[in-house]
Design a protein around this ligand. Structure first.
Ligand code: SAH
Length: 320
């Protein structure tokens, strides 16, 4: 595995591998070599973030969204979806469940809800922080620097904003009316404000190449992130990409493994999207570089409506 050996050499010198080197490892289709890559990534994970798996509790508190992301079922053109906002009391109850389960972080996630009152979210964060010392991660999209500051001062610790793809042209084609530069502005603001900052990508987007995935890995490394979320594309029937193939499982695992090799320290979740692939890949991911599991604490009557991509559990409920 010549390319792999070269990449390990470069990394041991503290340098970043080339895009071509990463690309040739991503293109490997030999199962034995992929297993070797996974086992090296697993060793690096143990060395840099330890043996344990971290748990995060996620609360999907609003499904309103003003954005147009072509892969996501929450996009504003999906008029068939019933939208919800959880009341503050319901969020606090879910957070209590998370604490009772011994989990030390809540991820508050929503669509890009234009009706989200920044002062309301500030109060939610303050109430959570006054009840327990749980870490609060926000994942509520592109906002102003002042909003990010307000929530940081209220006690929010971390923020997750995936770049989805670092390829500007592909980003713009998948996000009509949105701005790649604003996404970068948000990431820069979050870092400057002292959030532990996370980003990440989707693997298998229409128009994405292996070369662009290699660039993504370098992008994630250059941003020196604290968290990196990588999941496969899952087609959703009410989006512009409904007829496209799902992201390839092996490719997603290879991107996770290489990202661990290149970035070393960040927390890398075995994303919920990985759990919704044709087979549950989260446990595979934990053996090739990932170290975090996200557990959903959204009450079911809401989580069934948080329809970013089709979920197996939802289908199971429908089938009853
Ligand atoms: N509005 C927030 C949260 C978005 S949903 C934000 O913009 O950050 C959380 C993540 O779900 C997104 O960042 C995206 O990576 C992922 N996602 C959405 N639709 C998807 C799909 N069809 N397949 C795979 N991942 C998807």
């Amino acid at each position: 595995m010549y390319e792999m050996a070269k990449i390990l050499d470069v990394l041991s010198d503290g340098r970043l591998p080339s895009r071509d080197g990463l690309e040739s490892v991503l293109a490997l289709d030999d199962g034995r070599e992929a297993r070797r890559l996974f086992s090296i990534a697993d060793d690096i994970r143990k060395r840099h973030v330890g043996e344990g798996t971290l748990f995060r509790g996620i609360v999907e508190f609003s499904s309103f969204c003003g954005n147009t992301c072509r892969y996501c079922g929450l996009n504003r053109s999906n008029k068939t979806l019933k939208r919800y906002r959880m009341p503050k009391a319901g969020i606090l109850e879910a957070v209590r469940d998370i604490c009772d389960s011994g989990i030390g972080t809540v991820v508050l996630q929503s669509g890009e809800d234009d009706g989200l009152d920044p002062l309301w979210l500030k109060e939610v964060i303050e109430s959570i922080k006054s009840e327990s010392d749980i870490a609060v991660t926000l994942c509520v999209g592109e906002k102003t620097r002042d909003e990010y500051r307000l929530w940081r001062e209220a006690g929010a610790d971390r923020y997750l904003l995936k770049i989805e793809t670092s390829d500007r042209a592909l980003y713009e084609s998948l996000h009509p009316g949105m701005s790649y530069d604003n996404r970068l502005r948000c990431l820069a603001d979050l870092k400057e404000l002292g959030y532990e900052t996370g980003s990440g990508i989707i693997v298998g987007l229409k128009g994405q190449t292996v070369s662009s995935l290699a660039e993504d890995i370098l992008f994630l490394a250059k941003w020196a992130l604290d968290m990196i979320a990588i999941g496969p594309f899952i087609p959703h029937g009410r989006t512009g990409l409904s007829g496209e193939a799902a992201g390839d499982a092996l490719m997603t695992l290879k991107v996770i493994a290489l990202t661990r090799l290149v970035t070393r320290k960040p927390n890398i979740p075995a994303t919920t999207a990985l759990g919704e692939a044709c087979e549950d890949l989260r446990f595979e991911a934990l053996r090739c570089g990932a170290n975090v599991i996200m557990q959903n604490f959204t009450p079911e009557r809401y989580s069934l409506l948080y329809d970013i991509y089709p979920k197996k559990r939802k289908e199971a409920v429908k089938a009853l």
